[in-house]
Design a protein around this ligand. Sequence first.
Ligand code: SF4
Ligand code: SF4
Length: 180
Amino acid sequence: MLGELVRGLATTIKHVFSRPVTMEYPEYKPPVAPRFKGRHWLHRYDNGLEKCIGCALCAAACPVEAIWVEAAANTDEARYSPGERYAKTYEINYLRCIFCGYCEDACPTEAIVLGHGYELSFTSREDAIYEKARLIAPVPPGGTPTPQQVAPGSFDRAIPDMLDPEDQERLPFKKDFYGE
Ligand code: SF4
Ligand code: SF4
């Protein structure tokens, strides 16, 4: 009996001096692996135009029909993205999403990207459907919010020649915002 008591106390005392394995979440947010797939972002070009052209290939590729896209026509007076069309409505239902990344693979403009955000909690079904306002990335420094008024004929291709998105000068902004 006494031996068992001493053995039990020894185990307790041993753990008093070992490093704790618990993390003080949410004060401390543990980093995730570089390839972690979390909540989505709809990205922009450096000038602020949206990369999404409303083609709905992501919705077609999604195995659980979690994405809903409605396209509308761009004009030079109200331009959201390069090319003919932009996503007027873009929604992701996080009650369905399984974070497979197929939407990201299907996107021809690298607009939809799964980021590192994992703090997804909802209090209603409506709250779990992220609409475009919650998915669109912030305007990069020096860019202009959409819609933009542009000179006629400035953007006639869905994927224009623009600055490299991995431009080293932009990386600090991206790292701050997306935590990558
Ligand atoms: S990550 Fe997969 S399940 Fe989620 S929206 Fe994209 S394709 Fe659909
Ligand atoms: S996110 Fe990509 S695949 Fe989906 S509608 Fe926009 S451009 Fe098309």
